[in-house]
Design a protein around this ligand. Sequence first.
Ligand code: FES
Length: 148
Amino acid sequence: MIELKVNGVRRAYYGDPNMPLLWYLRDEIGLAGTKYGCGVGLCGACIVHVGDSARQSCLTTVADAAGQEVTTIEGLHPDGNHPVQRAWRQHDVPQCGFCQTGQIMQAAALLAENPNPSDEEIVEGMSGAVCRCGTYQRILAAVKTAAE
Ligand code: FES
């Protein structure tokens, strides 16, 4: 049995410990805000927080998250008003929107670690989250606004 917390709720998991955290979140406990993009660690659509770190949930197993606090887009802020989420709305960042939860979770982790990143640090810090619509200029602007 594996115990973990997801968005502040204690959970017990009795299944395969090697199940990707992404599938656990989406299929076992119904948190579909975390997206499946590539499944092999290349796109970042599946990024969640495990502890304070941004992690690709497709490459993280449930066992990797044992005893830890997992935060998904649903739990980032109770009202969807995390500074990054507010900045995302202000800059109207999404185009198709598929990658955006991963982008937001990556940005929130980046700013928690580095509250005043330079443009270069934002680009580097966000490089694991790919947007095929190419909204990178709006992402950069939104992360800068969220940092203010
Ligand atoms: Fe995990 Fe693409 S789905 S990195």
